[in-house]
Design a protein around this ligand. Structure first.
Ligand SMILES: C[S@@+](CC[C@H](N)C(=O)[O-])C[C@H]1O[C@@H](n2cnc3c(N)ncnc32)[C@H](O)[C@@H]1O
Length: 186
């Protein structure tokens, strides 16, 4: 719809091949093959437990036009072919630089001629709310060298902040942070 509004002639969705990167259990993508005969070939995530939860849902719904696959984005190559739509929702801002570069390269190399890519990412000012927690953790964990201890200490610090923040100071609920939602207290 957005492509059409911008005068771009996007591929016919009923004949399209779609790739979703970082699908988790498919909450973003599973509604599409229910609504139209689009082919999701494949939706990938490197978490086997997420993919098997998604697969259970796909089986329950009896969907034949979606292939959820346990796969690292870094391992995708031209053997998977070309795609009319490449969707990457809620991934780009959370992955290392080499995965970000691979996402962009996949789009450059494996998007069909009039294909569309959708990448969501977190932006300021909403992202500052999460950044506060991130910088707190980075600052605190510089004093530890062991990665497991750093992780443990980062979580412990977040528990401490959560337990001691007043209701008014608590970070925004998950669905609001980084998004376009405003809360009356802002
Ligand atoms: C916040 S979730 C987004 C899930 C889904 N797109 C949605 O909108 O509901 C990010 C997902 O990216 C996956 N992920 C991160 N790095 C990945 C990689 N290198 N290869 C495959 N999946 C990856 C994670 O396992 C996680 O499930």
């Amino acid at each position: 719809m957005v492509a059409t509004l911008f005068g771009v002639s996007a591929p016919d969705i009923t004949k399209a091949r779609v790739l979703e990167l970082g699908s988790a259990e498919g909450r973003n993508i599973i509604p599409s093959p229910i609504l139209c005969p689009v082919l999701i070939l494949p939706a990938v995530d490197f978490s086997p437990s997420s993919i098997s939860r998604g697969q259970a849902l796909v089986n329950q719904l009896g969907l034949k036009n979606i292939d959820l696959r346990t796969m690292n984005i870094l391992d995708i190559n031209k053997e998977l072919g070309q795609f009319d739509y490449i969707i990457c929702h809620g991934v780009y801002s959370w992955v290392p630089e080499q995965v970000k570069a691979k996402i962009l390269r996949l789009i450059a190399e494996q998007l069909s001629e009039n294909g569309l890519a959708y990448i969501s990412y977190n932006c300021y000012p909403g992202w500052h709310v999460r950044d506060i927690s991130r910088y707190l953790m980075l600052y605190h964990t510089t004093q530890f060298s062991d990665a497991k201890l750093q992780l443990h200490q980062a979580r412990a610090l977040m528990d401490f902040v959560a337990q001691n923040a007043t209701q008014r100071d608590k970070p925004l609920p998950k669905d609001c942070a980084g998004g376009g939602h405003y809360h009356p207290r802002d």
